[in-house]
Design a protein around this ligand. Structure first.
Ligand SMILES: [Zn+2]
Ligand SMILES: [Zn+2]
Length: 752
């Protein structure tokens, strides 16, 4: 793009107020003033899109209402905000909105710790975090902010549950689940780290209980297939694609049908297509739909039961320790050979709930299992040769359905009833919401809902008999499945049209998700649910079933090379930083310190750099404004330095172009570096003029100020307060942001 250096040739008309004293840079004064001006003008309220105007929905991460903003939030929102401001300046209609992920364990634990109600705690945190966001100058549409724990919001979580349930995407099954004795709750796989609870870090154990599941399997293949296209679009960064592929856990190989001597078929998979003839055994997942067929023997069935309720996923990756059950059965394909059938969860850990060939000669894990199982010593299945064995290319996914129930209070009540006569009965959609009592002060033990008779007792909608409400609540992971939707619907219309509002088609898919790299699981499941809702109807317009056209994941903010934690005493408090240095400095430092794909190791160095740069730019701009007031007209001198001014113009054009392209790719660290280089160029220009003529002529001054206008605009996405103040000092409209082509700049000059 060409960036309007032509503006320099427009005659500069000084309408500036003459002022001999240079104001000093005081973020504590200018930042609240700019923020008040934005609020007064509703500067960031969502508008449009007008017809033909590009619509950009930038989705930041949804914060847990668990306390204060931390530096990870500051990083996330500084990136998203710079991008939002850039896109607005480019003329896009921008939706930059979010909601609080307010249900769930973190809020409940915090409330327990403080002896308060989660409902009150969440409200207090939300208010505090909103104030912090505003003080940092983030240009969210705050009018669209919401809490997942609001009745108006979770009513739709319940709607989604019932809708997915009706479509077979949510089901109830007796299953082994991770259970934390301390938290008295089941945990999703993502919430278990090395066999320990993500919240309290105590060891989890396994129990069997009826649990609600979200079914992922029907959409795994499409989630996989779409990745190539998302990658080709260039809008999904490497980190975000990597997490999606990791969660899928795809293995490529072959599958073949083994037909036993009794005519029974079994489809088996292996990634070692060339070595199938060397197979020595078959491994079945304990979740394989036909596992009971091969485990008919009472003793084997008992072992299998024990396996399912006893830690099978914990050790599943270690082939030397993973449980393996010999079913005693073999499959003896008509073509010859014999393969003993074992059951082991190592199949799940590697390929998902399937059947796999054990080929010790080419596979280390299979070798380790063969060494433990005497019956694996039979003849190789194809006599060692793969020839003549019919194979099909095939893939398997490790990703599997996950539990969405929790036995805790602070969550969306699961809208089902238990009736003695009718069994499990969904609550009719017209009866929603099932209201969560808010006047509960949990203690951390058990589930308070099970003790609330006013919650518990209900009438069965089928037989009018007495029924008991489900006391499990939905994991906040379930709320998150659609937490990206409400911001796209005007608040007044959410009650009626949350999933049917016409604006949804304008804003979705979100142009860019900006989130921490620990959001991969959320994104994966959001992608699954979008595809389900496309098939069910509401999101039929999202043809490829993708909620995010682009995705930027960033690494976390650390200190001294370690994760920030209260325990380590290395937590950096954004409030303190803002109070001491100002929001612009903190934002600039966070953006400058590292590219998004790298962990940001917080040091004072980046902060000092940002503070020095901003103060330097402030002082320089003000001193040059003052100097220009005394500039002398000198036609001969001006002609003599025309070529230097022209060079400055080229530097500015190049600089703006580079910064714009960095912004386009959300490479904010590069963009900030290029902003600082642009100031060096401007100073270099001035030096050259002085070297040649001893001083700047009026034309030289005007060009210098014009370059400073461009510089302030280029800075505005990153450090908006100081940028706007400088534009005011330069007698320009402060609301005109990043320069995007000659027209935008010319228009702003036309306003003088
Ligand atoms: Zn726990
Ligand atoms: Zn009934």
């Amino acid at each position: 793009m060409r960036c309007g250096w032509s503006a320099v040739n427009v005659k500069w008309q000084t309408a500036r107020t003459m002022s001999s004293e240079k104001p000093s840079y005081d973020p504590g004064r200018i930042e609240p003033a700019r923020q008040a001006a934005w609020a007064e003008q509703s500067a960031f309220a969502t508008r449009g899109p007008a017809s033909g105007q590009p619509a950009t929905y930038i989705k930041p991460s949804s914060p847990f209402t668990s306390g204060n903003l931390h530096m990870g939030h500051v990083r996330d929102y500084s990136i998203g905000d710079a991008y939002a401001r850039f896109r607005r300046a480019r003329g896009d209609a921008v939706l930059f909105g979010f909601g609080f992920d307010a249900f769930g364990l973190p809020a409940e634990m915090a409330a327990i710790e403080r002896g308060t109600r989660p409902a009150d705690w969440v409200e207090r945190c939300g208010e505090r975090m909103l104030a912090q966001m505003k003080r940092l100058g983030f240009s969210f549409d705050y009018g669209r902010a919401f809490y997942s724990s609001d009745e108006a919001q979770y009513r739709w979580s319940q709607w989604l549950f019932l809708t997915l349930h009706a479509a077979g995407m949510v089901y109830r099954d007796n299953a082994t689940v991770d259970w934390c004795d301390t938290c008295q709750t089941t945990l999703a796989a993502l919430q278990v780290e090395d066999g320990r609870c993500w919240r309290c870090h105590n060891k989890v154990r396994l129990i069997r209980r009826p649990t609600w599941f979200l079914r992922l399997s029907p959409h795994l293949e499409e989630n996989d297939r779409n990745l190539a296209e998302l990658e080709a679009s260039g809008k999904w960064d490497e980190l975000s694609l990597k997490t999606q592929r990791y969660i899928l856990g795809r293995s490529d190989g072959v599958e073949l049908d083994l037909v036993g001597s009794d005519g029974e078929e079994l489809e088996v998979f292996t990634p070692h297509g060339d070595a199938v003839g060397e197979a020595r055994f078959v491994l079945l997942s304990p979740r394989h739909p036909e596992v009971e067929r091969w485990a008919g023997d009472a003793a084997v069935a008992e072992q299998l039961d024990e396996l399912r309720s006893g830690g099978w996923e914990r050790s599943a990756r270690d082939a030397s320790a993973v449980p393996v059950i010999d079913t005693g059965a073999s499959i003896e394909p008509a073509g010859g050979g014999s393969l003993p059938i074992f059951v082991s969860p190592i199949v799940d850990a590697r390929y998902g709930p399937t059947a796999a060939l054990g080929i010790p000669s080419v596979d280390e894990a299979d070798e380790a299992i063969a060494a433990r199982m005497p019956r694996a010593a039979v003849e190789p299945f194809g006599g060692g040769s793969s020839a003549g064995l019919e194979r099909r290319e095939a893939s398997r996914y490790r990703a599997y359905d996950f539990s969405i129930s929790r036995q805790r209070y602070w969550g969306t009540p699961i809208p089902v009833l238990h009736c003695e006569d009718c069994g499990v009965v969904p609550v009719p959609i017209d009866d929603l919401p099932v209201v969560l009592p808010r006047d509960v002060e949990p203690t951390g033990e058990g589930n308070p809902l099970a003790e609330r008779q006013d919650f518990l007792q209900a009438t069965c909608p089928r037989c009018d008999g007495p029924a008991r409400r489900e006391t499990d609540t939905l994991d906040c992971h379930f709320d998150a499945l659609w937490l990206w939707v409400p911001a796209a619907v005007p608040p007044a219309d959410r009650d009626e049209q949350m999933f049917t509002h016409p604006d949804l088609e304008q804003w979705l898919p979100s142009e860019r998700l900006v989130a921490g790299n620990d959001s991969g699981g959320f994104v994966f499941d959001q992608r699954v649910v979008t595809k389900a809702l496309r098939e069910i109807g509401p999101f039929a317009f999202l043809v490829d079933g993708e909620p995010f056209a682009g995705c930027l994941f960033h690494e976390m903010v650390i200190a001294d090379g370690r994760k920030m934690s209260k325990h380590l005493g290395n937590v950096v408090d954004p409030d303190e930083l803002v109070a001491e240095h100002g929001a612009d400095t903190v934002r600039l430092a966070v953006l400058y310190a590292a590219g998004p794909a790298k962990a940001l190791n917080w040091t004072d160095g980046a902060l000092r750099f940002a503070a020095r740069f901003l103060r330097g730019l402030w002082d320089y701009t003000h001193s040059r404004i003052a100097a220009a007031d005394n500039a002398v007209e000198d036609a001969e001198a001006a002609a003599d330095t025309a070529f230097i001014r022209e060079r400055l113009g080229k530097w500015c054009d190049n600089g703006i172009e580079r910064i714009g392209s960095d912004l386009e790719q959300l490479q904010m660290h590069k963009a900030v570096r290029n902003v600082t280089r642009l100031l060096e160029r401007v100073k270099d220009y001035e030096k050259r003029v002085i070297e040649r003529r001893g001083q700047l002529s009026r034309e030289d001054h005007e060009a210098l100020l014009e370059a400073l206008v461009l510089l302030a605009r280029a800075l505005s996405p990153f450090a908006p307060h100081i940028a706007e103040e400088l534009l005011v000092a330069l007698d320009r409209d402060p609301s005109v942001g990043f320069p995007v082509g000659g027209e935008a700049v010319a228009a702003s000059i036309g306003q003088e």
